[in-house]
Write a protein that binds this ligand. Structure first.
Ligand code: C2E
Ligand code: MG
Ligand code: MG
Ligand code: MG
Length: 290
């Protein structure tokens, strides 16, 4: 009886020591430990073509699964990782996880893409390009299937950013400017940088139907982007009202809770199957019609 009791006591003690030491850890050590233990995972939020309802891909979004710890939002741990020089490791992790989990899906459907978020340190070093160069051929994923999302804030050094993005596009990666409208010097950036896609920040989409002047700004951003030859993704679409406004304003793609929340790779796989089925139904004429 004593032996199992001793084992149990020591197990409890060890767990307690781990718990206490985590409480005393600095954010940097905790992030480092989380990276080492693969606690960062990716969830995927579908991106929908408004005209057809077809899912054209998904944005990979980082989540931190800390065993025993409270959930921490990306709005908290991403800036922490940025401030502690760990964001490049996190970007690498998200690229590797996404390619691993969605590789089979992407190999089977060359029209499908995954969007990866980049921070200013990524834009400065270009380390993610080396990671992609290693990972994608192994996974059988075409560069055109990995879109890159960079926020206005990540373009601290515009010249450097241009060099990195030129390299990325030369390899075949489409580039999106993310959270458009939340930073400053928006318009000059659109001219200065090699871009394919513009993502309208969800704060603008939320104003549709709520705030008349901001709604007009949204329509103008979309028309400007269309004139510049940029594809538009509206993020944070939650209502049919927002959707129809965006359709009228001629936005091409949308992403938001109206369509789907971010989900696991497994759920995304079945989401795609359902999406292809409804897509086929709407596109196939009913019997008797030609
Ligand atoms: P983001 O890149 O603009 O991603 C869109 C955010 O909007 C996500 O928040 C998503 O969950 C949320 N969202 C999507 N649809 C809706 C909607 O209909 N309503 C509302 N209210 N929210 C919606 P999330 O996942 O919390 O991520 C927050 C931010 O953290 C991201 O904003 C991105 O800037 C950053 N982030 C997330 N993962 C990564 C990553 O792997 N690397 C980097 N560098 N940043 C990341
Ligand atoms: Mg993004
Ligand atoms: Mg965004
Ligand atoms: Mg945003």
């Amino acid at each position: 009886l004593l032996a199992p009791l001793a084992a149990l006591t020591s197990a409890i003690l060890i767990a307690l020591i781990i718990w206490v030491s985590r409480q005393r850890m600095s954010p940097r050590s905790e992030l480092q430990l989380g990276l080492k233990r693969n606690e960062f995972i990716a969830v995927y939020q579908p991106i929908i073509e408004l005209a057809s309802g077809r899912c054209i891909g998904a944005e990979a979004l980082a989540r931190w699964h800390r065993p025993g710890g409270a959930a921490i939002s990306p709005d908290v741990f991403i800036p922490l990782a940025e401030d502690n020089n760990l964001i490049e490791q996190l970007t690498e992790r998200i690229i590797r996880v996404s390619a691993g989990e969605l590789g089979p899906l992407l190999r089977g459907n060359k029209d499908l893409h995954i969007s990866i978020n980049l921070s200013s340190a990524d834009m400065a070093s270009g380390h993610f390009l080396r990671v992609l160069q290693e990972v994608l051929p192994q996974a059988g994923i075409a560069p055109a299937q990995i879109w890159l999302e960079a926020t206005e804030r990540s373009f601290i050094d515009v010249e450097r950013a241009r060099t990195i993005l030129d390299q990325a596009r030369a390899r075949g990666h489409p580039v999106a400017i993310d959270d458009f409208g939340t930073g400053y010097s928006n318009l000059s950036l659109l001219e200065a940088l090699p871009l394919d896609t513009l993502k309208i920040d969800k704060s603008f989409v939320a104003a549709i139907g709520q705030d008349a002047s901001t709604s007009v700004v949204v329509a103008h951003i979309i028309s400007m982007a269309n004139n510049l030859g940029l594809a538009i993704v509206a993020e944070g679409v939650e209502t049919r009202e927002q959707e129809s406004y965006l359709v009228h304003a001629q936005a091409r793609y949308a992403q938001g809770w109206l369509y789907a929340r971010p989900m696991s790779a497994e759920k995304f796989t079945s989401f795609l199957q359902d999406n292809a089925r409804t897509d086929a139904q709407t596109l196939t004429p009913a019997p008797g019609t030609v």
